[in-house]
Design a protein around this ligand. Structure first.
Ligand code: DGL
Length: 274
């Protein structure tokens, strides 16, 4: 089965296009809502939370885990891949993130080579997007901004309110002065404010969200890796797990994604992280 991991609800913006493009596979979604948002946590805690999620998902029988969460992809993915995929496990299971597919797309679409990135504090401070883009094209100029107030607005269902739009305008003001032709929405939640990002940035800026890009890249990946693809179950099953209130998860999913689902509560850790 394919597992999609996120800090909470946001990964549904990645799961949805994946399920639309590749409906035949079984999907297990895990949202660590109890500890979200990850974006304001320390690197150590983000790594610890992500490791707990990975161990849990492998125990549930996942062959392929997608880190839909930009923060986990930026901060924890590399060390987790090294820890969990070495040696005998290398050919049997895989963990993929969202940064590389998005970086590959950016390099294809930018014409002026001026790119902007928005994301959580942890994602922006990690500079992981910058690194992946520069590996592909060192001449690209990157400006970035963290937008920590947007996730709470979105989770509260307040993202269409004037207060949220005015905060967004403030976040984008300095980025706009660099005239990027491409803006990466480097956070799972931001596509829910995608129209406002587009409107504020203006027609000259293409706004990229990871969902469709990751879905297409996953399709290509599976075609190139039959050793993983052949292990994936294909009964079209979908299961949703949350570390917080399943009813709240169900309502958010229905309201924002039009998906009627059942969510199962799970616990990843009893430890309190200070
Ligand atoms: N899922 C996170 C991301 O894409 C956003 C929410 C959070 O901070 O946990 O970075």
């Amino acid at each position: 089965m394919i597992a999609i991991f996120d800090s909470g609800y946001g990964g549904l913006t990645v799961l949805k296009p994946i399920m639309e493009l590749l409906p035949e596979y079984d999907y297990l979604y895990l949202g660590d809502n109890a500890r979200a948002p990850y974006g304001n946590h320390s690197k150590e805690n983000i790594k610890k939370f992500s490791e707990e999620a990975v161990e849990y998902l492998f125990k549930q029988g996942a062959t392929l885990i997608i880190f839909a969460c930009n923060t986990a992809s930026a901060v924890a993915l590399r060390s987790i891949q090294e820890k969990y995929l070495k040696g005998k496990n290398e050919k049997d299971r895989k963990i993929l993130g969202v940064l590389i597919p998005v970086a590959e797309e950016v390099v294809k679409v930018t014409k002026t080579k001026k790119v902007a990135i928005v994301g959580t504090k942890a994602t922006i401070n990690s500079k992981s997007y910058d690194e992946e883009i520069k590996k592909l094209d060192p001449s690209i100029k990157i400006t970035s901004a963290s937008c920590p107030l947007l996730v709470p607005f979105i989770e509260e269902g307040w993202h269409k309110k004037p207060e949220a739009i005015s905060v967004l305008k403030k976040y984008l003001r300095s980025l706009k002065t660099h005239n990027p032709d491409t803006l990466i929405l480097g956070c799972t939640h931001y596509p829910l404010m995608g129209k406002n990002f587009k409107r504020i940035m203006g027609k000259q800026t293409k706004v990229l969200s990871s969902g469709k890009i990751v879905a297409k890249s996953l399709k290509d990946y599976l075609a190139r890796h039959p050793e993983i693809e052949s292990k994936l179950s294909k009964k079209g099953k979908r299961k949703f797990l949350t570390t917080d209130d399943p009813d709240k998860f169900k309502k958010f999913t229905q309201k924002n994604f039009g998906m009627k689902i059942q969510a199962t509560p799970i616990q990843l850790s009893r430890e309190v992280c200070l």
